[in-house]
Ligand binder design. Structure first.
Ligand SMILES: NC(=O)c1ccc[n+]([C@@H]2O[C@H](COP(=O)([O-])OP(=O)(O)OC[C@H]3O[C@@H](n4cnc5c(N)ncnc54)[C@H](OP(=O)(O)O)[C@@H]3O)[C@@H](O)[C@H]2O)c1
Length: 350
């Protein structure tokens, strides 16, 4: 049967392969048609939902480092071109497939998707959606999947942070950094030393619950931490920057300290001096949220449900630093890349 490409998409038929399935309606989406180039906003034809799938009217979508990396071809996953970036969203259910039992039309949900969410609509499997409790707004909820998911896994699951322990968080005023502060202080009753690249960012981290802060653009992180906690060091370090910041965080640990590698926002991957692990009985570990999403979904799902409950109870307060419209997606990416962001950057689809 010949492909039916609707008239509106005819000049860019590659956008509209799905029109074959008979769906005439379109929605706007960010499109990466060529790696390392600015994204375009295009019209994408709807496709029918499968029996286990749900169509969501997307209200907010998180802008994550991973979105930028995947659009540059620098991420571990390489979706075929053209693709729509976006790993997480909040919105309302528009349509459900015949076998869907977990949500119904009109429900407010958060969801995770494999690079598909920077669009007015997202079709996803029912099991990748979680209902938003009544006291949580769609904007707050959109911050939870990646940033708070990562924070809970890093602090609870990997580092096994205990009450009253001291946690050093680098890139502390970023989306994941502020989530780390929130979870460490308000859920786990630990104390946070926030490390960030400017006085303004340090101030924000303190306002969001850190007990003390270090501006690591102004000298040695290790020396500054030593001044705060003495030679005993910190119990846990969560590093999202890499390179020298990782090495200084490692050197700031107390005996039996734990360091969690979460990211390399600075662009450099440090080599681990294993003698330091031996000398102080230190554990170094990694955290990749996607591992749980794809390999241990039950734990992943429980963690997102916990994040929603913490939010409903008022234990955590997700912070949005900037909201961009879909048309400004390239500005949103630059905002993150130029280190201007504080807290979560969201796209608004409304
Ligand atoms: N492993 C996982 O599953 C996982 C999950 C989420 C995020 N991450 C990673 O965690 C890191 C932070 O993510 P995020 O969402 O919190 O990002 P974000 O909000 O954009 O924060 C990133 C922060 O990194 C710091 N940074 C240092 N050098 C930088 C550079 N050259 N360019 C840009 N930023 C730089 C900046 O803070 P200062 O100016 O204060 O240094 C910036 O605010 C990223 O590397 C991301 O890939 C990993």
């Amino acid at each position: 049967m010949a492909a039916r490409v609707c008239a509106r998409c005819l000049p860019r038929a590659w956008l509209c392969r799905r029109a074959r399935q008979g769906y005439g309606r379109h929605y706007r989406a960010a499109l990466c048609a060529e790696l390392k180039q600015p994204l375009a906003i295009g019209d994408v034809a709807r496709r029918p939902v499968q029996p286990h799938e749900v169509r969501v009217d997307v209200h907010f979508c998180g802008v994550n480092f991973a979105d930028i990396l995947v659009c540059r071809g620098q991420y571990q996953e390489k979706p075929p071109l053209p693709f729509t970036p976006g790993l997480e969203f909040s919105g309302t259910v528009l349509e459900t497939g015949a076998d869907v039992s977990t949500v119904k039309e009109g429900d407010r949900v958060i969801g995770v998707s494999n690079f598909n969410a920077m669009a007015e609509e997202c079709v996803t499997d029912q099991k990748t959606l979680w209902k938003i409790p009544e006291k949580v707004s769609l904007q707050e909820a959109a911050v939870l999947p990646v940033s708070y998911g990562t924070a809970i896994f890093a602090l609870e699951h990997r580092a096994r942070t205990q009450p009253r322990e001291t946690v050093l968080v680098t890139a502390a005023a970023g989306a994941t950094g502020l989530a780390m502060i929130d979870v460490a202080t308000n859920v786990l009753q630990a104390k946070v030393i926030a490390a960030a690249g400017s006085d303004e960012k340090c101030k924000l981290a303190m306002q969001r619950g850190a007990q003390s802060s270090v501006n690591y653009s102004q000298g040695s992180l290790k020396e500054a931490v030593k001044k705060l906690v003495g030679s005993r060091g910190v119990n846990v370090a969560i590093d999202m920057v890499g390179g020298d910041v990782f090495l200084e965080s490692l050197r700031s640990l107390a005996g039996e300290g734990r360091i969690v590698v979460v990211g390399f926002a600075g662009g450099n991957i440090a080599s681990l001096p294993t003698n330091l692990l031996l000398l102080k009985n230190i554990s170094a570990m990694g955290l990749r949220l996607g591992h749980y999403q794809h390999q241990d979904f039950a734990v992943f799902s429980k963690t997102l449900s916990s994040a929603l409950q913490y939010c409903q109870q008022g234990l955590i307060q997700p912070h949005t630093g900037a909201v961009f419209n879909l048309e400004k997606i390239n500005d949103a990416f630059l905002h993150v890349l130029q280190r201007k962001s504080t807290g979560k950057v969201l796209l608004s689809l409304k």
